[in-house]
Design a binder for this molecule. Sequence first.
Ligand code: NAD
Length: 790
Amino acid sequence: MVGITSYGAYIPRLRLDRMSIFQSMGWFAPAVVMVAQGERSMCNWDEDSLTMAVAAARDCLTGVDRSRVDGLYLASTTLPFADRQNAGIVATALNLRSDILTADFTASQKAGSGALITALDAVNGGERHQVLVAAADRRETKTAYFYEMWFGDGAAALCVGDQNVIAEFLGSHSVSYDFVDHYRGAGDKYDTMWEERWARDEGYAKILPEAVNGLMDKLGITMDDVDQLVFPCFFKAEHRKIAAMLGAGKGKVADNLHDHCGETGTAHSLLMLTKALETAKPGDRILVAGFGQGCNALLFKVTENILDLKGRDGVKGCLENKKTIDNYPKFLTFRELIQTEMGLRAGAPAQTAMTALWRKRQMLLGLVGGRCEACGTAQFPKMDICVNPGCGALRTQQDYEFADVPATIKTFTADLLAVSVDPPHCYGMIQFDGGGRFMADFTDCTMEDLKVGLPMRMVFRKRSQDSDRGFVNYFWKATPVPGARERMNRIHFDGQVAVVTGAGGGLGRAYALELAGRGARVVVNDFGGTRDGAGSGDRSPADRVVEAIKRMGGEAVANYDNVATVEGGENIVRSAVDAFGTVDILVNNAGILRDKSFAKMEPDAWDAVMAVHLDGAYHVTRPAFAVMKEKGYGRIVMTTSAAGLYGNFGQTNYAAAKMALVGLMNTLKLEGAKYDVRVNTVAPLAASRLTEDILPPDMFQKMKPELVAPLVVYLCSDRCSETGTIFNTGMGCVNRAAVMTGPGAAIGDLAHPPTPEQIHENWARINTMEDAKPLADLTSALMDLMTPVQ
Ligand code: NAD
């Protein structure tokens, strides 16, 4: 069976917000606003068609035995060299064998699909067994032009072979016409376009259907036999119309990626095909067409092998790894569409001597270093002597490819004085796993993205350009692994133990799940009573949360004790110590309500609420604090309420208990400070059974407990150094609440005690909260009172 064996894609990380083109140039070309939606991909200053082709090919070669590749076809109309085979540079960068056929396909938008058919024919004929087809384009347009909006930069790569086929090749049909909707003269930078309706009506709308229908006739199928129709066409309405004309409804025609990327020239039909393959199921038939001076149409049938193809970025990964900019002058600078003064140093000749380039080609283009046969030390560059001082062996270096070896940053700097198209120039020492390091330029990142220890990957990029001689120097640079910085920054609780009271439902459940999801081992306490604290013994709420944590791969135990008793508190903490050995985090969350107006507030309702909220926090915190003090670390979160902080009709018991917790925190923060035990308080606002009859239904929907959990989880983390602070939080908003003290007024002294009349006269000064401040403790409050504003 012959067909596609692997796929890969590359879309540059940078995206230009199309509206920024209009914002800068709308004064000149107001009509471009009509197409100024979404974003287009744009190369960094050090990227071109060749570097993008290498990136897509590397993605495609993930898990592929490179020694089996016996052909490399490169398609593009924007290749850096008119006479130096570009495919040869790509093959050297990929460290492919030298006894292979390399060829450039160019001069038409259908060169990508043409290269693919040629590769399939070569394998079909038995002449070759594994051909890599890469296509890339970085087309230029003049500024403030529709095509500038429609075009994007990108690349795709497909391996075509006779083993492990993921999409069987069923046939192709081509039509060839010298139809000139646009052209680029030899040596010209920009395309000359003919009228859009000419390209649309005479070109796309006639030639594309002719090729597709020709293929279907040849294979004896109809559009009903096709699951996905893939063809580029940047005229949005025309794309839809042609699909409809061919009998392909909305669900069958592949998205042309206009909103997120733009059209990537010769690469685009292959890029769209790659995207289709990413979600295809075995048995799906994909018809792909590439337009340009005629049209190529090909049909594939997806096989079971596609299920085994994993671990590549593909179009999906590339679309996710993005940085959107609205800096249009930057786009123009990167593409040399405006001339920037680069300074004297930039004028030095940059062309590598061709002799050195030949001798060191593996090192420069393939990032091949050496590894000592005697001691296994890896080094870059490869030399005659092993760099290991304990070895120093002579001529023992074997070739060692560094390009795919994981690496991390050892040191880095951002240099504002170095010549750079995108200052500051970031570079530093890269440490490869398993040994080997070198000073590398960094790309696709800013100073703020960098951190010692950050995982990096190597990318093939332009190092410099000698414009006088039309020569581009390529080398390898380091770039942060997508998502690595976020993973490094992620707050986690690996090795820590958390106790959450009342975690069987509502807010406590959300806290427990989030803490466990970030690595904490959790004691899920819940007494299982009703909303007013009556009843007990229902173990299911706590059990369900423990099951949910275990299902997501976390660790948790249930505890059903009542926080309102001394033994209950001790048992809860003992559960943590017995099951996990310690307690690092305590969230006092259990709560009930027994609302009554004060006149009807019987002692039962008063005592029950005090017992759960205030006594409960005391009972659990006391044994937990003992463990934390002993180990010199702890994070405690109390749960207050806006009812306590500000008052709420019918909740005197609840408000008193909740405000008492603030008092408990104020003193515990002082006693815990020396042991790194930090205590904070949250006043949450969330949908739960406590609030279901208080809140209007539409508000209730928006107030998920998950929107409160992030603050609580942060307060539970070692990243949080805050202590003794109160926060209101709900619906994704957080603010600080505090007991504030105003500047006050000195009205009298021992010799002249203030009179009630003077108090009355100074009422406004006494009450002012202008310049009010929170005070750290009683002593500070005393000092503050003794030194009032005169
Ligand atoms: P909830 O009723 O869903 O959760 C409280 C949990 O505590 C229940 O699962 C309950 O079984 C458990 N519980 C009650 N008494 C217990 C006891 N003696 N021992 C052990 N567990 C017990 O309510 P929720 O809204 O998630 O409330 C959580 C906390 O947040 C409470 O302290 C509440 O006062 C406070 N709070 C909530 C809001 C809000 O908007 N939901 C507002 C302010 C304060």
